[in-house]
Design a protein around this ligand. Structure first.
Ligand SMILES: *Cc1c(COP(=O)(O)O)cnc(C)c1O
Length: 422
């Protein structure tokens, strides 16, 4: 199909038909003329429009007026209340299993150690080479600290971990398998229910990293029987730079779960100032120190928007955006030798599209200078993040055309070095 055919809808037509089009106006900066296209909501979502007022009100009415009383009145309960809200709106999880407290990195550490504790005698941790660096680094650190062995899955960078690959490495010594539901580079969606069931058949636990999926695709942690999960809130949950991650522990594991960072806020009675640590009987035991309350404000309004729009409609829009990006790629970038590193099949395609070309690392500065903001992932990938409530079809066309223009300019001005195989 070519989009030059008269019956192919234009970006403006797709935007006009989009049932979620009005949500874009609910984000700050969406009408900023300096930013022609923002395609990085999968790294840092935009702030919602009501946020400046909400933050000001928090400072004035809560922190400023309630002072230390705020902890008893609201803040101590917020990590669990907000966890329950994220669970209900986005994770398909019942209340009492999710808490918001630390970064994803620290949550991964806590959950991997929890899994090893829950599977005594099992010495292996399974992870894939294509997983996000922090996931791999935390696994390496825990392996060194505990004397565990890492079993690496070698993944295709244009895809992600398959059931067959998981099948080949999960064995009777596997304590836990640590994978991302959506691969941060390719956008591939792993078979969470399939791999989870396989791990359970072999007596292992699963820890799913949901950073690139939460808020973008439907998730059913309880139904799938997932043991442990964590994910960022500053990506598709628009919680702002460094907003704390959520952490999920299945009810079945909770009562005996032992996390490694014992702090007073995870104690059964923090203000008893007791002699010895006794973990809280609930998901609170996964909190360690004083939680970052201000970092929990922004995501609340985004959760309102997700609930209002509905996650199924969000997923439909996400696929329409990525279909459009891929159609434009086929027409305008494939002829220039650009590769598509994201699956075409809907069932395994997340909410970003990655295209690769050896010249891309040199183009990023020029793209950003034009107000066109995707991101770059080494060695040669431009990631086009599609945040369904705040990204328009027009932005998708702008980024593809800007990449096309820079590549053709570069082709005209730079002699091609055939030895580099560009
Ligand atoms: C973004 C991301 C992280 C980030 O972890 P932080 O501790 O918030 O820096 C971790 N894992 C994956 C898969 C990510 O995409």
């Amino acid at each position: 199909m070519t989009l030059f055919e008269t019956d192919a809808p234009t970006a403006a037509e797709l935007d006009a038909r989009d049932p979620l089009r009005e949500y874009r106006d609910r984000f700050l900066g969406a009408d900023d003329p300096e930013i022609r296209a923002y395609l990085d909501g999968n790294s840092l979502g935009r702030p919602t429009k009501g946020l400046p007022e909400k933050i000001a009100a928090f400072v004035t009415d809560q922190w400023g007026a309630r002072l230390i009383r705020g902890w008893d009145e609201q803040w101590l309960d917020l990590p669990v209340q907000l966890g329950d809200r994220i669970a209900r709106e986005t994770l398909g999880a019942a209340a009492g299993q999710t808490v918001v407290a630390d970064s994803t990195t620290v949550s991964l550490y806590k959950l991997i150690r929890t899994a090893l504790h829950a599977r005594p005698g099992r010495t292996e941790i399974v992870i894939d080479r294509g997983n996000f660096p922090t996931d791999r680094f935390v696994v390496e650190g825990v392996a060194e600290e505990t004397g565990s062995v890492i079993r690496w899955i070698e993944t295709d960078p244009g895809a992600g971990v398959t059931l067959a690959e998981a099948d080949a490495v999960i064995g009777e010594n596997t304590a836990v398998i640590v994978l991302s539901q959506i691969a941060y580079r390719s956008g591939y969606i792993a078979d969470v229910p399939g791999i989870t069931a396989l791990a359970h058949e072999r007596g292992a636990l699963v820890l799913w990293d949901l950073c690139h999926s939460v808020g973008a695709i439907p998730i059913s942690l309880d139904e799938w029987g997932v043991d442990l999960a964590t994910g960022c809130t500053y990506k598709y949950l628009n919680g702002g730079p460094g907003s704390p991650a959520f952490l999920y522990v299945n009810q079945a594991l909770l009562a005996s779960a032992r996390q490694p960072i014992w702090g007073w806020m995870g104690d059964r009675a923090p203000f008893d100032m007791a002699d010895g640590y006794q973990p809280a009987p609930s998901i609170r035991r996964f909190i360690s120190g004083t939680p970052p309350i201000m970092g929990m404000i922004a995501m609340q309004e985004m959760l309102d928007l997700i609930a209002e729009a509905g996650i199924d409609a969000i997923r439909t829009k996400s696929l329409a955006l990525s279909d459009y990006a891929i159609a434009l790629y086929d027409e305008r970038l494939a002829p220039l030798g650009v590769e598509l590193s994201t699956p075409r099949e809907h069932a395994v395609r997340g909410s970003h599209v990655t295209v690769d070309h050896p010249r891309f690392s040199g183009l990023m500065h020029a793209l950003w200078a034009k107000g066109v903001i995707p991101d770059f992932r080494a060695p040669s990938g431009i990631r086009i993040g599609l945040s369904p409530l705040s990204t328009s079809f027009e932005e998708v066309e702008i980024v593809i055309d800007a990449i096309h223009a820079l590549l053709t300019e570069a082709d005209a001005s730079t002699p091609v070095d055939s030895t580099k195989g560009a």
